[in-house]
Design a protein around this ligand. Structure first.
Ligand code: ACO
Length: 327
């Protein structure tokens, strides 16, 4: 398209705190609460082998800071080149200011637009689409887009059906305005009637936490909906980009469960060799999962310039969305 401004990915970075926590370490931890689980159950039902947990003194913006520095370094840019920060999280440092502003401060960026996006596990895809629109309309030239989470803080360690599924981490990309593609297409959705199948209902009121501050989930309902919308949004966004599924070199869906990835891959007839899967090593890091997987595949050389990639998010809200981009 003539004169179109694209958002080109010029850097990516990831950060996982501390050392890996194995399934067997979770078995021990749950045993202390009188609950049984096993490495076999977790691996077979989810594909998860390990996860990372932030230390008590690390906040979401700390994880975001490390991922952002790595992304900026790869892009060869100083932090002050950034004129927009969009940060996706459901586990912010505080009620306000935003975690994006806290990140801006840590990066010593004197002044730029900075705000959070809250779309749970779809957060990064929402944030990337938002930043792309800022760049397309000329409101930003260099955007730092981050997904960062400390889900370990909202896990109920007396609920074995959820606490083994999640981990902490952060991923970031740097977008720059370019006359070459770039992000090709995106589409975002929410269907709030499904709020009850995945939520953390607690809220601060009158100096107290009202309602449960822990994540709750109807795993099977989430599984079914996730498969449905990952399939439909892949087809839609690939079409919006003027491509077909066979033209996509790499699929990077939200990393929640290996069985979800396998089922979607089968429905779309995508071979496993074109699917990036990091859920085994990272577990589900919510808004961080897609940029972390993207960064892993970019750094290990699977993702190459000129290739096309489909990024997909799905999570609480219920929200979902996808982006097709050319590297
Ligand atoms: N260890 C051992 N047994 C367990 C555990 C555990 N950690 N958790 C649950 N079980 C037991 C259950 O109690 C149940 O026992 P019962 O048959 O005696 O009642 C049995 O395992 C089967 O439980 P199900 O819930 O039917 O197990 P299922 O095969 O559906 O797997 C899971 C559960 C892994 C949560 C699955 O439904 C799932 O992956 N859903 C998708 C949810 C997801 O990934 N969410 C992430 C957030 S949302 C998102 O990111 C899109």
């Amino acid at each position: 398209m003539a004169n179109r401004i694209y958002s080109a990915v010029v850097g990516s970075g990831g950060y996982l705190p501390g050392s890996p926590v194995s399934n067997n370490a979770m078995v021990e931890r749950l045993r202390d609460s009188g609950l049984e689980t096993s490495d076999e159950w977790i691996r077979e039902r989810t594909g998860i082998e390990q996860r990372y947990f932030a230390t008590d003194d690390q906040t979401t913006s700390d994880l975001a800071y490390h991922a952002s520095l790595a992304a900026l370094e790869q892009a060869g840019l100083e932090p002050n080149a950034v004129d927009l920060i969009v940060l996706a999280t459901s586990t912010p440092d505080m009620v306000f200011p935003s975690t994006a502003c806290r990140l801006q401060h840590k990066l010593a960026i004197r002044q730029c637009a900075a705000f959070d996006v809250q779309a749970v596990c779809s957060g990064f895809v929402y944030a990337l689409a938002t930043a792309d629109l800022f760049i397309q309309t000329g409101q930003a030239q260099t955007a730092l887009v981050v997904g960062a989470e400390t889900f370990s803080r909202i896990l109920d360690y007396t609920d074995r059906s959820t606490c083994v599924l999640f981990g902490d981490g952060a991923g970031a990309v740097v977008l720059k305005a370019s006359d070459k593609p770039g992000i090709l297409a995106h589409k975002l959705y929410a269907r709030a009637e499904h709020e009850a199948i995945l939520n953390t209902p607690g809220q601060l009121a009158h100096g107290r936490v009202c309602g449960s501050p822990f994540l709750t989930m109807d795993g099977q309902a989430v599984f079914r909906l996730a498969v449905e919308v990952l399939e439909s949004s892949a087809r839609e966004v690939v079409g919006l980009a003027g491509l077909d599924l066979q033209a996509i070199d790499w699929f990077i869906p939200h990393q929640a469960n290996r069985r979800i990835l396998a089922m979607v891959g089968k429905r779309l007839q995508i071979p496993e060799s074109r699917l990036i899967a990091t859920v085994g090593q990272h577990a589900n890091t919510s808004a961080a999962s897609v940029p972390l997987a993207f960064d892993v595949a970019r750094r290990d050389g699977r993702l190459q310039a000129g290739q096309t990639v489909l990024l997909q998010g799905v999570g609480g809200g219920f929200t979902w969305g996808a982006e097709a981009l050319r590297l």
